[in-house]
Design a protein around this ligand. Structure first.
Ligand SMILES: [Zn+2]
Ligand SMILES: [Zn+2]
Length: 361
């Protein structure tokens, strides 16, 4: 780390090591690269934990669009600040920081002014993105040993926080917290969560804490006991949606595979909302029937992607206050391919988190 600190403080490009794929069919291999020099408002983070998100797999395998290779995925990042630029206000060396899906945006547009940076047309994603603020170079994510980021895009993490569990909150947490807030979920709201994987579990935990009544839609009954233990009223299997009598104010779909969105729209009360946060691969992407929608009694469908920086900090503070965390399984970087296989086949039980200090890059 001392080399990185020296490079950062002398204004040089900062060396980094990570795990990358060379193309959409490749396995992960160690990869050396450099990051842009430490700017006045930037912090250098020593990576401690990096979560593996299902969207890492979609991007590494070019399932949404052609990826930028070599690709170092990872946008669920928790680490320790080891150098700060001269105008950094929020962090000092030794503090803990988290980084999610974004590392920069224009700061001046309407979206940025409202701290909805995820909707800025110049937003820079943490990896697999061209950084318009740094010579159009590609960004590299958290499967690595350090990260340089503007302090405006780093989340304050208290020292006593469980960092391995904080990392996944930066994507899985905010992705589910944000629509619950947008749809004004409160005590007594009737909320359904479709898809009971990593995202679904987080949606359930937040909505319950906000006072909502919860039901879950899952492929089978395997996780029924887990759901009931959390406080969910009912788990419905997706093959019998037609028999569901309950009506909902909000259903959040985290489903990452093919399905029929109108099956869920029909379960909403008049004026209820279906929020889509799961994004299946392009080859099996569901579509909406406009004729069904026109006859759907003012029921609404909207999409949501992560959340702004201000809301991400709010989500983290809420999670820490109420002890809302994902279940995690800690691995090393050498096990990424295996983790991807388990996630793809549905064998993974928990969120995989890479212990980057224990990994050999
Ligand atoms: Zn993610
Ligand atoms: Zn902007």
């Amino acid at each position: 780390m001392q080399t990185y600190i020296n490079e950062a403080t002398s204004g040089k490009r900062i060396s980094a090591k990570g795990y990358a794929v060379a193309n959409k069919n490749a396995k992960f291999k160690p990869f050396s690269f450099t990051r842009h020099p430490l700017g006045e408002k930037d912090i250098l983070i020593e990576m401690l934990f990096a979560g593996i998100c299902h969207s890492d797999i979609h991007q590494a395998k070019s399932e949404w669009a052609d990826g930028i290779y070599p690709m170092v995925p990872g946008h669920e990042i928790a680490g320790r600040v080891i150098a700060v630029g001269k105008n950094v206000k929020k962090f000092k060396v030794g503090d803990y920081a988290g980084v999610g899906c974004m590392v920069n945006s224009c700061g001046a547009c309407e979206a940025c002014k409202q701290s909805k940076e995820q909707f800025c047309s110049k937003v820079v994603f943490t990896y697999n993105c061209i950084d318009g603020f740094h010579n159009e170079e590609p960004t590299y994510g958290g499967y690595s040993d350090n990260l340089v980021v503007s302090e405006d895009f780093a989340i304050t993490v208290p020292k006593n926080a469980p960092l391995d569990k904080v990392a996944p909150l930066l994507c899985a947490g905010i992705t589910t917290y944000s629509p619950l807030k947008f749809s004004k979920v409160k005590s007594g709201s009737r909320v359904g969560v479709a898809g009971f994987g990593g995202l679904g579990v987080m949606a359930v935990k937040y909505a319950l804490k906000m006072g909502a009544e919860l039901s879950v839609f899952a492929r089978n009954k395997k996780k029924e006991q887990d759901a009931l233990r959390l406080g969910v009223k009912a788990l419905y299997t997706t093959d019998k949606l037609i028999e569901v009598k309950e009506r909902f104010d909000l259903i959040i779909s985290t489903i990452p595979t093919a399905y029929e969105p109108m099956d869920y729209v029909r379960l909403l009360d008049f004026g209820g909302e279906l929020c889509i946060v799961g994004l299946p691969p392009t080859s099996v992407m569901p579509s909406l029937s406009l004729s069904s929608l026109v006859f759907s009694a003012h029921r609404k469908v909207y999409g949501s992607i992560i959340g702004g920086i201000k809301e991400t900090q709010e989500m983290l503070d809420f999670s820490l206050k109420h002890g809302i965390y994902p279940e995690t399984e800690i691995i090393t970087a050498a096990q990424i391919d295996e983790a991807y296989e388990n996630l793809t086949s549905g064998r993974a039980k928990f969120r995989y988190v890479i212990d980057t200090k224990k990994s050999v890059f």
